[in-house]
Design a protein. Sequence first.
Length: 440
Amino acid sequence: MTAVVGILNKKGVAIAADSAVTRTRGRNNKVTKNGNKMVRLSDVLPISVMLTGNGAFLRTQWDIIIRHYRQHRGDIKHETVEACMHDFFRYIADHGLFIDSEFVLDRTRRELDYLFNYVENKIDDKYKQRNDEGALTSPRGFQKAFEALLNRCCKFWSKDGVCPQFKDYSPEQFNGYTKEIFDEFIETHIYNDDDPFKHGLYPHSVMAALREPLEKTLMIRLTTRRTDDDDSAELVFAGYGEKQEYPSLVSTIVCEGFDGRVNYHVSPNDIICITDDRPVAICPFAQTDVIYAILRGIHRSFQGEFAEILDKDFDAWQNDIFNIPETEDFNFIEFTNKLAEVETNDIKDKLYTQANRYLASNQRQWEKALENYDLQSMAALAESLIDLTGFHRILTFQQEGVGGPIDLAVITKNEGFTWLNRKSWYHHKDVGGRHGKFGV
């Protein structure tokens, strides 16, 4: 739980991040206000990383990984921020220091268990009937139903594409990596004909037939782009590459990884480059509801309420119309035929379109005003947006997942990375909050 903001124009980037961190143990959550969510990535380029979501990659804190990268590859100049981002994840994949093999294998086992149980629960009960001994009465039907549901899962998870580091990853590689996991899984889920207890287990022939589709489905699940994973993190890279005259920002979703590769992805809409055609960008991340309410003029809860009321009212109006009594001067059949020609969905779509235009127009007004903002003013705005989000959480009956000291910095092409406000213990007043050309 957090809130970070990046504001960009041709003069540079202003970035702000709160300190709230939600830590989970079992079913219990604890919010602390001591997280470091803004770290420099390079010693020779003005590029910073902001962190949201899961604060660790396979049990190693992100800020430790970023500083390790900076120590070993911080002297390399990349042409763009996006290129630096890809190099960062290649570095993680190449260094086993950050990938705990036993933890990854255990997590893969849990994913397989979850997948099997999820599909098994979705199967129609008629295929799960068992006799008095607990044996499946229709093993062939169970197998076919299971395979059909796995195919649906494959289609659903495949629609967003494969992550960059897994584009050349073959099924043979995956099967070799997970062989022991599947051997163990199948061994613990089968029964033999002479076993007295068969409840909750399956014939060897069924599990053997399901192994290949299970391997295929699990591979797709672990290698494709995911945004719904509770363990995912969002890393926001901002600044200048060596060949970039104007700043850019790249948002990347990371869902951990396995077999020496990192499951991360970035979509074209998550790459923001300041140009003459796009001179300003306001980019909030994580808990964005209050920030977008300010930028667009309407809170998203009102948008949802508006859509729900609109649907209900249209249905109510139609019912009222059909309940109009027929009179000599009123031909009900002719009226309903004319009414049927009216596309109510078209009317609703037009209303939604007008509402979205209003929201976009409000945000454009902010962006036009920010075209000529200096960096200090942009930084003050970024800080205020996070402050307001934290204040909203205090006033409402919501978990205070935004708050604490706010880290604030600006990035320019010539001056590099400069801290305006920082809570870290190595912030020294005597050097004005700066440490070298590109900050700490």
